[in-house]
Design a protein around this ligand. Sequence first.
Ligand code: HEM
Length: 201
Amino acid sequence: MERIYIFTRFERFWHWTQALLVIGMMITGFEIHGTYNLLGFAKAHQIHTVAAWALIILWVFAIFWHFITGEWRQYIPTMKGVDKIIRHYAWEYFGAKSILSSSPVPASTTRCRLQAYLAVKLLINPILWISGLLYLYYNELAALGQSLDLATIALIHTIGAFMMLAFFIAHVYLITTGHTVGAHLKAMLTGWEDGEGEHAK
Ligand code: HEM
């Protein structure tokens, strides 16, 4: 069986580090919010702050890497086969037929998903980061005469957190829709995808 290398070492590092940090931020964030009591407020708050900085550093590093290597090009949208993709996702996708079958425009499916993910993350991340930084430096900003309302900042940050949670649930579901339930997960762990799936054609 033919095997195709689709995720480089850096992409896997970047994906899993980000996944770990975002999951950690959701767990600690909703504890800060008061949804449950797991680590205790002080610990949750400490971890949330450290992970926030780690995430920001990781993103700066990844943006730098994308430009150095030219990898940013795979995010440029293409209209090739877009009609088939829309038809597939609009009404064939949730039918039993298509769940385990290949996708409409084989070679560009991963690329198409990357673009969809990027679009979502380019909306959600700035909401979380900007409101998060305003939250973090609220006292300093207040001392400088900035009169932003803390309740509004907290509300925007919480809305961003729920958007991230929705993204996470949809993402985990999409992971299971490769040519086998575990195919995409395996590819992101090892870098290799079996040639039976959509990439083989
Ligand atoms: C995946 C990303 C993130 C998620 C899911 C998340 C989630 C949350 C949630 C649910 C809260 C509680 C909000 C409330 O009830 O008032 C919170 C608080 C907070 N978050 Fe985030 N957050 C994320 C990223 C960030 C980032 C990037 C920063 C900073 C740059 C940040 C800084 C803060 C701060 C300072 C608080 C308030 C802590 C306190 O009350 O002392 N968060 N976060």
